[in-house]
Design a protein. Structure first.
Length: 508
């Protein structure tokens, strides 16, 4: 029988890994060697949030332990790089061939294509099965399939929330319009559950606490690190948060980290959870009368709609997506994104939340963080690097299309059909941030003007012809009719000064 080396990437911690299934059909367990690698180069690539590092390392070590308990020969290695670790493993094991599953990230997959040359052995690269979109054909002849059309095709393909005749349950495909309520005062929010720390995770916390460039406090870690714990996290979300998730999906609160969001993305992106399992759990809750239709549909749309759509668009647009800068944004990322204060309560709160927990929900990412960066003309590469460093669910395939495409519109509309920008009025309507801020979201100019409001109107004025050509930006551009020449001059003059100070890093 041949000797096989099964190489599993650190974000592929699947219960039923395709490479293991493939290998088991080719050789006896005694001739299969499973290799997992902790790459120092990857772990130190950025100043990562420590919770992200603890999550990845602890989940990887627990996965190795679980595979060993199932009877696999497992080698968990530390190495300077993935290439070095795999080369060393091949030298020791001397396999006839290597089996792996295609990486979700562009660089990983391109590296896998070179493994055979590097290692001098045949390499079987199996299709990635962590996503559902591979089973849904792209729209033929279409330059770009919209997310909504893609989402409907996914619902149909996987028979989610459909009537027997194939029509959507409730008569509508999308209930997003019902999911835009601000959080009421004194609304009861379920507490965030923290998973107990075992010996493996405690060892990882000790190691990560010593990483000199990493950020955040590793000792406050409490995320799921095993399949069983991730299953529990899904069950807790369905039971405790899904019923209110839909209506408050877009709400923000200064004193609540999670609200009714699932925080399942880190487990999905590591392979600890299966996306279809999550979607079917939400559907089952609706059909059992445990969650409203709008809540179940909204969650399912996030999982099989946006998540899958972003993965598909990432692979359609890479590697050029990293170079896209449709608005010619070149300003450096302000230093206070890493440390310090901006003076804007919403930004300071969300940034502090990221460095404390490694998380903020999608509306805070979109309408606070990338909204500001779009209006301020921040370099897309710098913004992506910050997101990749800070978030527990951040990987190349998810951040580049979400940040550059959805958040910054740096792709010129290839992913989202309009720039997602707003003044401070939206933030005030959907959150309680403004109540604790020195700036007034209703004021465009002057010392009390909210920077979001000032920069929003400056952005509209600066890019008026281009925005006017976008039908979805029409109402915003029409608002300029009510801004007279003196107001326009004042907005643009103050914006120039404000942005110059931002570039210089001086106090506003």
């Amino acid at each position: 029988m041949p000797t096989l080396l099964v190489a599993i990437l650190a974000d592929q911690l699947m219960r039923e890994h395709p490479a293991l299934t493939y290998a088991a059909a080719q050789a006896d367990h005694s001739d299969i060697h499973v290799v997992l690698i902790e790459s120092h180069a990857r772990l130190q690539l950025r100043p990562y949030q420590r919770h992200k590092l603890v999550l990845v390392l602890s989940a990887l070590r627990h996965y190795a332990t679980a595979l060993h308990a199932m009877g696999w020969q497992v080698s968990l290695r530390t190495a300077d790089s993935w290439r070095a670790g795999l080369t060393d493993a091949c030298a020791q094991i001397n396999p006839d061939s290597i089996v792996t599953m295609a990486g979700a990230e562009y660089n990983a997959r391109r590296a896998q294509e070179r493994w055979s040359t590097w290692l001098g052995r045949p390499v079987v690269v199996l299709p990635n099965r962590q996503f559902l979109a591979a089973d849904v054909p792209a729209a033929s002849g279409a330059k770009r399939q919209t997310m909504e059309a893609f989402y409907r095709s996914m619902r149909t393909r996987y028979q989610l929330l459909l009537e027997p005749d194939g029509s959507p349950v409730g008569g509508s495909w999308n209930y997003d319009a019902e999911n835009r309520k601000p959080l009421p005062k004194h609304a009861p929010i379920p507490p965030v559950y923290r998973y107990p720390i075992d010996a493996i995770t405690q060892q990882v916390i000790t190691e990560v606490a010593a990483y000199p460039e990493a950020r955040g406090d590793a000792t406050t870690f409490g995320l799921a690190v095993t399949h069983t714990q991730a299953d529990d996290a899904l069950e807790r979300f369905i039971r405790e948060r899904l019923p209110d998730f839909g209506r408050y999906e877009d709400a923000m609160a200064a004193d609540e980290d999670v609200l009714f969001h699932s925080v399942l993305s880190p487990y999905l992106n590591l392979g600890l959870l299966d996306p279809l399992t999550c979607a079917r759990a939400a559907e089952a809750a609706y059909r059992a009368g445990l969650a409203p239709l709008a809540a179940a549909e909204g969650f399912i749309r996030q999982i099989i709609g946006w998540r899958e759509y972003m993965y598909r668009r990432y692979w359609e647009l890479m590697p050029g997506l990293r170079r896209m800068n449709a608005w010619n944004a070149t300003r450096p990322l302000p230093a206070w994104f890493w440390q310090g204060q901006s003076g804007m309560h919403c930004l300071d709160t969300v940034i502090a939340r990221v460095w404390r927990t490694g998380y903020s929900h999608h509306i805070e990412r979109l309408m606070i963080l990338t909204n500001f960066c779009t209006l301020a003309g921040i370099d897309p590469v710098a913004v992506n690097e910050w997101f990749l460093a800070g978030y527990i669910d951040a990987y190349d395939w998810v951040m580049w299309p979400n940040v550059s495409g959805m958040g910054l519109n740096a792709d010129g509309g290839l992913i989202a059909t309009k720039p997602y920008i707003s003044s401070g009025a939206y933030i005030k309507r959907m959150s309680n941030y403004c109540a604790g801020c020195r700036y007034d979201p209703a004021v465009r100019t002057g010392p009390n003007a909210c920077p979001f409001t000032l920069l929003y109107w400056n952005f509209l004025l600066t890019h008026q012809p281009r925005l006017h050509a976008n039908p979805r930006m029409g109402p915003a551009v029409l608002g300029l009719r009510h801004v007279d020449d003196d107001q326009r001059s004042a907005i643009q003059a103050q914006a120039v000064i404000w942005l110059e100070r931002l570039s210089e890093g001086t106090e506003q």
